[in-house]
Design a protein around this ligand. Structure first.
Ligand SMILES: CC(C)(COP(=O)(O)OP(=O)(O)OC[C@H]1O[C@@H](n2cnc3c(N)ncnc32)[C@H](O)[C@@H]1OP(=O)(O)O)[C@@H](O)C(=O)NCCC(=O)NCCS
Length: 314
């Protein structure tokens, strides 16, 4: 097998060789990593084609972020069935490592879902190639509207007196500014869960809600709609001193009722391991009623500096 860098326009033969969500990256031009995903960071895709003679038989797809400290990401590796089992998959991974190092990245990362096809291969090969041991990254649950209506905590916890749950879209600019100021003065919101970025990036307006207290906005459940009937609970938070004894549950309850009313039939919730209370919440209060519960894993490889190092250009 010969491995070559794919230049635009990529041959459509490569399209079935990666996940549908990454198909647009085969333009090999700068664009969002995920389409239709507000805030998805722009990346430079890199496609490495595997050829047996003139025939395309494999693909490794990478995303090189244009900004920030994240390393490069290996998105997928694929070989047509009759070319498997000859070490070519491993060769594509090595080529991806070399490409990322040449682009000036200090590390290459990969994420995958536990039990997915190819994960056994990946765990074996990544260890052989000196990647760091896999670590859990997120716990995700998928549930239907009917399953959500059976969560035992639904509607069981009242909203604290003097507070009200309002559509997130009705949070005023002044309230948002007040949140930002209080965060600047004494940070209380986990940086990845601040709500104001969604004002710019967009959110699902019918189901996203906020908790308005006399002192201002204290909590929020902000959602997105990756599909016409699929709702994703993206960002939920409540001020810690308000969070005890199920204080965020009225927000989720309201959001779930709105989800049903809006006609969403499926929902997903992803808890990153860096938020252990969220993971515990999902394990205890959502997973037992959900039809799919999955861990995602990740690992990275530290790359040797390659002299060609200009970060973005190809
Ligand atoms: C996964 C895939 C890329 C592997 O390609 P490949 O060329 O067959 O892999 P290699 O020959 O380089 O395999 C390297 C080693 O992994 C082993 N291996 C292959 N599949 C394995 C599995 N499911 N579990 C554990 N080890 C596996 C091979 O036996 C080989 O070990 P060896 O060198 O000790 O014999 C290929 O099967 C494929 O395209 N699958 C469909 C897409 C996919 O699942 N991609 C991965 C996630 S994006």
């Amino acid at each position: 097998m010969e491995i070559r860098l794919i230049t635009p326009p990529a041959d459509p033969v490569f399209l079935p060789m990666t996940f549908p969500a990454y198909g647009h990256l085969l333009t090999v031009e700068v664009g969002p990593k995920l389409l239709g995903e507000a805030g998805s960071p722009p990346v430079q895709p890199v496609a490495l084609g595997g050829f047996s003679g003139p025939k395309a038989v494999g693909l490794a797809l990478l995303a090189l972020p244009l900004a920030g400290d994240d390393g490069a990401e290996l998105l997928s590796v694929y070989l047509v069935p009759h070319c498997r089992g000859q070490g070519w998959g491993r060769a594509l991974v090595r080529a991806a490592e070399t490409m990322a190092a040449r682009a000036g990245f200090a590390k290459l990362g990969a994420v995958w879902t536990e039990g997915s096809s190819g994960s056994g291969w990946w765990v074996k090969v990544s260890q052989e190639l000196g990647w760091e041991p896999p670590a859990r990254r997120t716990l995700s649950v998928l549930f239907t509207a009917e399953q959500a209506l059976r969560f035992p905590w639904l509607d069981r916890f009242p909203v604290r007196e003097g507070c009200e749950i309002v559509p997130f879209v009705s949070v005023t600019q002044a309230e948002m500014e007040a949140l930002k100021t209080s965060q600047e003065q004494s940070p209380w919101i986990a940086p990845d869960l601040v709500p104001w970025r969604y004002v710019e990036e967009g959110f699902e307006e019918r189901t996203s809600v906020a908790l308005r207290a006399p002192d201002g906005i204290m909590g929020w459940v902000i959602n997105h709609a990756p599909g016409p009937q699929w709702l994703r609970f993206t960002c939920s938070y409540i001020r810690k001193d308000w969070g005890r004894r199920g204080r965020i549950l009225p927000l989720f309850s309201e959001s779930i009722h709105r989800m049903v009313e809006a006609g969403f039939t499926q929902a997903s919730f992803v808890a990153p391991v860096r938020h252990p209370t969220m993971v515990q919440f999902v394990e205890k209060h959502m997973a037992p009623w959900a039809h799919k519960v999955r861990w995602t894993w990740g690992s990275t490889k530290k790359l040797q500096h390659e002299p060609q190092g200009a970060r973005q250009a190809w």
